[in-house]
Design a protein around this ligand. Structure first.
Ligand SMILES: [Zn+2]
Ligand SMILES: [Zn+2]
Length: 399
């Protein structure tokens, strides 16, 4: 079973032909069709599933000609992927060989190029361990090729093959699961591991719901960047200040104080004010204080924050001070002034500055944020009726 053959010594691909033209090609008695593998006569065939392919007219003697015992369904999926890529304007080759910069050889099920972009799509029929997929992905990366994996899922119970180690979802290893309900032969192949935003709920956490897309639809959306990877945690966080005007208790001149430090983090790309960190300047580490002083003090007219001795408190604390006469502005008074300023709507919000991400808190515990992990998301949500329910048991595990 091959998708490629030599027609009068020129390479042709079966997936370039719509059915009508494919039939016409079968009726073409003037051209010669030869297998590209061994140059022996080829015949044109159409499988029950609709795969258009070339086959040896006589049983091949050369063992290199065997198709490796791939199932009709496996070939059909490869055929559909190739056809869709071709229809989306990609230059498609099948079983293309290459070598990485480190000398590792590869054969891509489907290899496609468009301009400078090179992709390989692997339809993985037999189970493959995640670390092996990761390794093979690296070989493609070392060859300047972006790999994409479609793992077969065999049973109705586990339509989504993204389980176990595959739940470690990163942008580097795009893995999806393909499934077909054999009890409904006319049903399309479905691709899993794509989410869409549940816009009705308006949630920040858990705002995605898993969906399944038809194989051809998935390929065309993936290739036109309509499916995007969202890392759960951003590498940086935005910080801004809430500033209030006060009268210095000593020199009676008007001055600004930092009343609150607010962090704006993102959750799968959506910014939100993270109340778990927002707070008083006394809660900031010295590095953050340094960034605040360098970036915002002059622009917003407050004295650089520094640790000062408070007689009332009997110790040294990170404090505001008067930019005119230098006296300490007690935190208690600043807090009182902040309440009043909020009431009168007189709080000034500074511009945001970027700082490296603060630790992430899950269920009250600080955890090391994994900036690689995330989810694949369809950018334009499908209409409600076309959504289907999928097995979500593993979906949010380990987050
Ligand atoms: Zn052959
Ligand atoms: Zn003063």
């Amino acid at each position: 079973m091959a998708f490629v053959c030599l027609k009068d010594d020129k390479i042709i691909y079966s997936f370039h032909y719509v059915l009508k033209d494919w039939i016409a090609l079968k009726e073409d008695k003037h051209s010669s069709f030869k297998m590209s593998c061994c140059n022996t006569p080829a015949i044109l065939k159409t499988s029950k599933l609709g795969t258009q392919f070339f086959s040896h007219k006589a049983k091949p003697t050369d063992t290199d000609c065997s198709s490796g015992g791939e199932t009709a369904e496996h070939m059909h999926i490869k055929y559909l992927v190739s056809k869709t890529l071709f229809e989306c304007g990609w230059d498609v080759q099948v079983e293309r060989r290459g070598v990485s910069s480190k000398g590792e050889e590869w054969i891509a099920d489907i290899y496609a190029t468009k301009g400078k972009i090179k992709i390989a799509i692997e339809v993985q029929w037999s189970p493959q361990a995640f670390i092996e997929t990761k390794r093979r992905q690296q070989v493609y990366k070392d060859s300047g090729v972006r790999g994409l994996w479609l793992l077969r899922s065999g049973s109705i119970k586990d339509r989504n093959a993204i389980t176990g180690d595959y739940l470690y979802k990163t942008k580097d290893v795009p893995v999806f699961s393909v499934y077909k309900n054999k009890k409904e032969p006319s049903s399309p192949y479905k691709v899993f591991n794509v989410n869409q935003e549940d816009t009705e709920e308006g949630l920040i956490y858990d705002r995605f719901e898993p969906i399944a897309l038809d194989l051809e639809d998935f390929i065309s959306r993936m290739m036109s960047s309509q499916i995007k990877f969202y890392a759960k945690y951003s590498r940086s966080t935005e910080l801004f200040l809430k500033i209030i005007k006060q009268k210095c208790w000593a020199c009676k001149r008007s001055m600004n104080s930092v009343a609150e430090v607010v962090y704006r983090n993102t959750n799968y790309g959506v910014p939100y004010e993270d109340r778990r960190y927002s707070g008083h300047i006394t809660d900031c580490d010295s590095e953050t204080i340094h960034v605040i002083n360098n970036n915002l003090a002059q622009a917003y007219g407050f004295a650089p924050l520094k640790s000062m001795y408070s007689k009332t408190m009997g110790g040294s604390f990170m404090s505001n001070s008067c930019p005119h006469c230098g006296v300490l502005m007690g935190n208690f008074f600043t807090e009182q002034a902040f309440i009043e300023a909020r009431y009168h709507n007189r709080v000034i919000q500074t511009d945001s500055i970027n700082i490296s991400r603060t630790p992430v808190i899950v269920h009250g515990k600080e955890i090391e944020a994994d900036f690689e992990r995330g989810e694949w998301v369809l950018l334009n949500a499908l209409p409600k009726k076309s959504q289907i329910t999928v097995n979500t048991d593993n979906h949010n595990a380990g987050t």
